[in-house]
Design a protein around this ligand. Structure first.
Ligand SMILES: [Zn+2]
Length: 205
């Protein structure tokens, strides 16, 4: 069976409902909130300690699932956080407790997912994007990344030039003092580098 048709019908997974004690992780990997992770054949849900649903995702709609469960007891994905007031799109990091047996238990569930789940999805058709090309509808994202790279370079150049102008404008020739606007100069230089990478390689920036 082709895994190109990754939709609700095509994913028919042999996953028994399972529950895990988990935590949300901040970008440094620190635990910032207790969660309950509920998994079944449709997907998974994250509940906070009051039992309110924080986020849920079907296997077919998962984006950028990064699976480090077996080695590090954690995974991350792009999903929607239901704050109670509104929905926020974010990279959501989930870590299990310290028990490595729990890591293996979850890793064995993730092993059952088709490889297509672990990747980028086409915004047009939800097909899997490999090397910037959607394998389902053929849309290419290289141009999009290049345009984004150009935009980064433009913004970076403006910041860089502004930083230099402000720095030289504040130059006091009598005392030799000069205000260095390092912030915009550094951010500008960073954006130019990131933009160049996007422009040259067409990679996601
Ligand atoms: Zn597509």
């Amino acid at each position: 069976m082709s895994t190109l048709l990754l939709n609700r019908e095509a994913i028919n997974l042999d996953i028994e409902p399972a529950t895990f004690e988990a935590n949300t992780l901040n970008p440094f990997g620190w635990r910032v909130g207790k969660l309950k992770l509920e998994i079944d054949r449709e997907g998974f849900r994250l509940l906070n300690k009051k039992g309110r649903m924080v986020s849920n995702a079907g296997w077919h709609e998962l984006e950028e699932l990064k699976n480090e469960v077996r080695d590090k007891g954690r995974f991350s994905f792009h999903g929607t956080i239901h704050t109670g007031l509104n929905d926020v799109q974010a990279l959501i990091r989930v870590g299990l407790n310290d028990d490595p047996n729990e890591w293996i238990r979850l890793a064995e569930i993730f092993d059952k997912l088709p490889p297509d789940v672990f990747g980028r999805k086409c915004p047009g058709c939800s097909g899997t994007v490999v090397d910037n090309v959607c394998r389902n509808c053929g849309q290419t994202f290289t141009g999009q990344q290049r345009r984004k790279g150009m935009k980064f370079i433009l913004i970076g150049s403006i910041l860089l030039v502004l930083g230099i102008i402000v720095t030289s404008a504040t130059y006091n020739s009598s005392s030799g003092e000069m205000w260095l606007f390092f912030g915009p100069i550094l951010i500008g230089a960073g954006l130019i580098i990131v933009g160049l990478i996007g422009l040259i390689f067409g990679t996601r920036v």
